[in-house]
Design a protein around this ligand. Structure first.
Ligand SMILES: Cc1cc2nc3c(=O)[nH]c(=O)nc-3n(C[C@H](O)[C@H](O)[C@H](O)COP(=O)(O)O)c2cc1C
Length: 123
């Protein structure tokens, strides 16, 4: 699948299969995220097999199911255009995921914020 087809096919998915992402895909995603972090100065991180982040009322209300893998878009507050960078590089990663056959959904509200804070502290 090329980028144009990924753009055409990509849509938000909130209900996922109860299947792990393959090691090959995890490794490819980590490599893409690493390159994007180098280019952007962001500190994005792939988190796998973590059921807690979307096991909160808001996420169930938002109809998320089996969402156990996610990419945390993390930036230092000192980066003025961090939201623009997160949007640009986040979408780049989302489209790369689509080309691997992995569905995604942008989320800024319906997830467990406490878990997000934990990740931020670890960064
Ligand atoms: C920055 C951003 C944050 C979003 N946050 C949430 C969210 O917290 N929960 C949610 O269910 N949808 C959220 N959405 C909406 C979906 O990700 C998506 O854009 C919308 O459902 C449209 O679907 P489509 O991507 O298939 O066009 C957010 C979208 C964006 C761009």
């Amino acid at each position: 699948m090329d980028l144009k087809e990924a753009i055409r096919l990509r849509h938000s998915v909130r209900q996922y299969k109860d299947e792990p992402i393959s090691e090959e895909h995890v490794s490819r995603l980590n490599e893409i995220i690493k390159q994007c972090n180098i280019q952007s100065g962001l500190n994005m991180q792939l988190v796998c097999n973590d059921p807690e982040c979307f096991d909160v009322f808001l996420a169930h209300y938002g109809k998320f199911e089996n969402a156990v893998n996610y990419i945390a878009l993390i930036a230092k507050k000192s980066i003025d255009n961090r939201e623009e960078l997160a949007g640009y590089f986040g979408q780049k990663i989302v489209l790369e995921a689509q080309m691997m056959g992995l569905n995604t959904c942008w989320v800024a509200g319906t997830y467990g914020k406490k878990r997000g804070n934990l990740i931020f502290q670890r960064a």
